[in-house]
Write a protein that binds this ligand. Sequence first.
Ligand code: PLP
Length: 478
Amino acid sequence: MTLPDFSPDAFARTLARVQELAVDYLRRLPEREAFRRPPDDVVRRFEAAPLPKEGEPADRILADIERDVLPYSLGIGHPRWWGYVRASPSPFGMATDLLATTMNNNCSGSAQIATYLEMTVVRWLAELVGYPPDAGGILLSGGSAANFVALAAMREAKLPGTRQHGLRHLDRPPVVYVTYETHSCIRRAVDLLGFGNDALRLLPTDDRLRMDPAALAAAVREDRATGRLPLCVVATAGTVNLGAVDRLTELREVARAEDLWFHIDGAYGGVLAALPELADRYAGLADADSLAINPHKWLYVPYEAGLVLVRDRNALTRAFATKADYLEVEEEDYFSGPLWFYQQGPQLSRAFRALKIWAVMRQIGLGGYRTLWRQDLATAAELRRLVAEHPRLELVGPSDLSIVCFRYVPAREDAQRLNRRLVDRIQKDGRLFVSGTTVNGTACLRAAILNFRTTAADAKLAVDAVAELGAGLEAATG
Ligand SMILES: Cc1ncc(COP(=O)(O)O)c(C=O)c1O
């Protein structure tokens, strides 16, 4: 039995081949289908693959990756990949992530260089969105994790001792205020934190599907009067459905007056607080008790990269610090560093996420980000204009950011049914990728543009393709 060659020379040979494959992948990306599902024979090969008993040569494994994996990537980064909220990743981020993997730092804390990079990135991102520079923060896997950690910090801040005693000693049922447009990960966080989904109170929205601050104030008063325990309001800066930015200053005022924790989910749109022309819309964001933002979305960083910021840096420690003899380090020890991240969040072993974020933020710079964000907003506006002009297409709902919801309007067929099927038809066709959603009960297509490869020509191509596929579906059923 031969063991693999773990030498640097073997690594160099592998890297040369990996480089060819990666560059070729990026070159082909714009020409391929936006999404290509793996065919049955490929899926079967994986399903039938036995546990590897003997090691295999790297070349053979890479050849299999070339044949069976790379052609079937999800396609994120394609110029017309507009599904969900998935941004094109920077190639520089991919390359520097390989260096992070090569170092394989375990970022639990200590005096290692990764700690200083993470602290730098947290400080930069706080400054980017106008948050206090001495805020606490930690990198996480994404928006869901960031929102979870924020609400865990909220739980220990509002209900001290819960980590010790649980929630069973509460004499009043807790309440967390959200709207129907709030991301589903908040629901999951509230559930995982032991509050139960009954703790969620769904507030009404205004005509732009933003949380209604007056309704929040009224709900809190009513809940107090009926013996409930208002804890927290979750506002959103860029809702996942439509990109609505909640009325943050008004919500902040209610939160302050009513002593609620003010959390903002900025996983999609938070970083656009750095656009001067949107300053009014984002006023109030800097005053949140906690804020989730997501470098793997609009900062064009490859997966995984999320961030939670908290105004009171001790809030994370209070929510997560634990003791374990084998992890104890004295302050004056050589290994001791400025921060133990494992005491600030749910993970002990943590990947070196900071390197790629640090690298991409340096590569693009604030000026570059502003240019790219304006391009994305302009392309979304162009898509909206083309949809509005088209006799068979219709915009659905407003948007504050780069999401465009629209639908095909059939002459005879049921529009709800047709648009649900149209999403599937578009995804199979491959010229573009949109996801589907429902806005105020209306089934529609949803394009989210966070993509430095998208141009106005892509918007035109997409509108023509959607109209053609919609007409084809209508004709087939009519
Ligand atoms: C507003 C909002 N919050 C939370 C999330 C969840 O983030 P992630 O997918 O990184 O967990 C998303 C994802 O699209 C989002 O748009």
